[in-house]
Design a protein. Sequence first.
Lengths: 645, 81
Amino acid sequence: MIYEPSMIAVIVFFAFVGLTLGLSFYLGSRAKSSQGYFAAHGQIPWFVNGVAFAGDYLSAASFLGICGMIAFYGYDGFLYSIGYLAGWIVALFVVAEPMKRLGKYTFADAIDAKFQSRGIKLAAGISTLAVSVFYLIPQMVGAGVLVQPLLGFPHWVGVVLVGATVIVIVVTAGMVSTTWVQFLKGSLLVVFSAVLTLMILSRGFETKSGGEDGYAFRTLGPFAADNLEAGIKQSTGFEDATVVPASEAWGESPYVHLEEASGIVSVWRVDSVTDGQVVLRESQTVSTTDDGTVLVNGEPKGTKKGEPELHPVGYISQLPGGATDTGSLGPVSFFSTLQESEVVLWGSETITDDGTPTTVYYPKPTPGSQVLRPGEHPRFQGIRSDEPVNKLNFLSLMLALFCGTASLPHILIRYYTVKDESSARKSTIVGIASIGFFYVLTLYLGLGAMTSGAMDVTDSNMAAPLLARSINEWLFAIISAIAFTTVLGTVSGLILASAGAVTHDLLTSFMGMNLTDYEKVRVAKIASVVVGAVAIVLGILFKGLNVSYLVGWAFSVAASANLPSLVMLLFWKGVTREGVIAAIIVGMTSSLAWILLSGDTFAKVYGLDASQAVVPFSQPGIVTIPLGFATLVVVSLITRKPTAE
Amino acid sequence: MQTRNAKIGFFLFGIYLLLYGGFVFLNAFAPETMEITPIAGVNLAILYGFGLIISAFVLAMIYGFVCRGDDGSTSKQEDAP
């Protein structure tokens, strides 16, 4: 689609970023010591910290990725919401209070409280860095995604812009300003998502045959499959149309090319309806010719609105009882109406003909009952197959989400910003309340986007902002700006966690450097700049992946590397220093290796065939989390001193 | 002091683990049950999903109330904004 920046959006956007930066500079002038820099002097009120948890946690992935996944595939995206929230139960009931009791600045502090070992500091520091960088990638990708329609910049500008802004925030003020920025954006995100949800409900559903640009997608037939051309010529307006003979690559595909009276060649998907009968559904195509011209639906892609571009999609084709408009709906009737409706979702596939790849986007009329059930997304289809291996991928992801939250370094360091265990507990409860409420809204937002007529078939990450734009321009500007500050907040938390790990765990504790308070802060700032730069580069490289999926991987690595030590230290006296080190290293490397060898990475990152992948399914959690625990127990037993207590 | 809180936490954690585990296994091994619409035309997938989120909140509140005054913290209580 062609995105034109709007003046309102640009103004709102810069107002938000300016406010955020102003706040940082103001608060930054008050935090000078390293205790202040890394842990906000432990003086953040628990309620603020709780909402800041939401700000920290509700990243671009939650907002953009989940909404996009629900908008394109239905219920499946909500599985992420459920898993992300469930992880907070582990954080609250198991990890929160011990973390606060044992640590001071970093996750490694808590793990190492019993042993005072340099090896543990090194391992935990490295795992903090690895998880943070992994988690940074989707945030940066999300930033690029947002800036594109908002300001009209290309993807990489968005990534650089976010990286630079965050580096400024983190360098100026550390944890104090980061916390307040997160508090601000956490509240705004929840409030405006609620506003958006109310608007979706009051808008209700209406039937359409195309998106908001007014283009109605055409359907021909049904007619006999063995006499396609005659059937087509009987359709109104297609008397002069001819079927273009298919080349070899297209011949095997379910598409036909029609040269219409206007001379334009359109692509149609042939769907069989009953025996021998087919319908033709108008599809959309994007291809790049040898000389680099991008063709959209057979014409060169335009640069301004009104010129050839992909049409927006996402509409309801049938409502229950043949209605055309439901009027406003309640929170329950929203689902029960959709359950009985038919929604047109869009699939895509790429066909390479003579070296020219063409991506075809085709309509898939889908019953609402299917949209609202799990297992429609290609990644989750395994649960509907009879092969146990396919179910493992799903189980593995849900396990990683459950275990991952409580192992994320940037969430864990937030326990050091409050003054005691009681505050740690209370702020977690506030966090659960605001995060849970937001996740309930994601299902309305995603389904609202699905039926908004504003979806860009090429980019699921854009669903939430486009939904807002289908309602009004101001809302679009605000939602996009909030989403952008969402990225800022999460990224600053991650960079701060990494800087803390470098300063405390690697330099001070492991290398034995004796840094003064002032030097510590300076080293941390340098580390922030470096991590920020790395994040910028990775954000540009990983452009095309759905951000929610990338976050799923970060959770797997966090859970595999960190959770075994965290949990076992609390519940088993026999843990040894060597056991902890081994568990962190094995958990981290095995999960990273698994991801790098998985079918999804093969297909989407290396551009290879997914079936060549080494590991049987893509999500590592179900193997590598137990492996981490097993390593810890086995190594601890082997290295246990004979005179154990 | 921690042991009492930890015990309560562990117990509540167990309850949630059962609920979450039930959801995950139902999805994995009997996905068709998620399509039934027991209440008000809303299917089980949505009801159970919302239920999980709400029960997380309820359990968290229970934990918060039961642990009150039992945190052994050294600083003053109720510094709420």
